[in-house]
Design a protein. Sequence first.
Length: 212
Amino acid sequence: MKIDILIDNDHSFLNLYKNQIKRKITGLNHSVRIFKYHKKIKQGDILLILGCDRILKKEKLKLHKLNLVIHPSKLPKNRGGGALIWEILNNKRIFFLTMFNANNKIDRGDVIFYHKFKLKGDELHDEIRAIQAKETTKLIIKLLKNIHKIKKIKQRGNGNYVRKRTPEDSLLDPNKTISKQFNLLRCCDNEKYPAFFYQKKKKYIIKIYKSK
């Protein structure tokens, strides 16, 4: 089959893993193309829409039999951006990925698979993203190995939306303990959106690493 991957932005962490995902898929004897721009998408069998900012237009959705998004929540819960991080900040340890067939509405397509995974609770940002990429790859492989058995299931319930996180969400409260803010600390990207706090009107940046 012709399997295509779309990542339409430079800030998605999946850019670091797209070639690994490609190798896994080609290892199952499928051809793979990676696209960044919607206008360059060509006809194929399956389009994997990973880490995208923009909704595909109807004419682009017609180029593939399946247009599959992998969203980091159990839809319809927590539609929108930053869903996994919001779950961590709510002290969750068990998480879901939802693979669904895209339409012209945000995170509202028919579900193909739910996939459950766990975090121990001590992983820092880069480790969290590496695990998310690994579980995303597992879900893609599951799809390809069961492609002739899949069923589309309508999402049930109204669900909810979470907002996309911004660098300002890395703000720490200097009056709270590190323990109470550890989940926030471990979700901060040391380079792109490091943790910070204000003291006497001055901004201080904190970066977190594990001791070797």
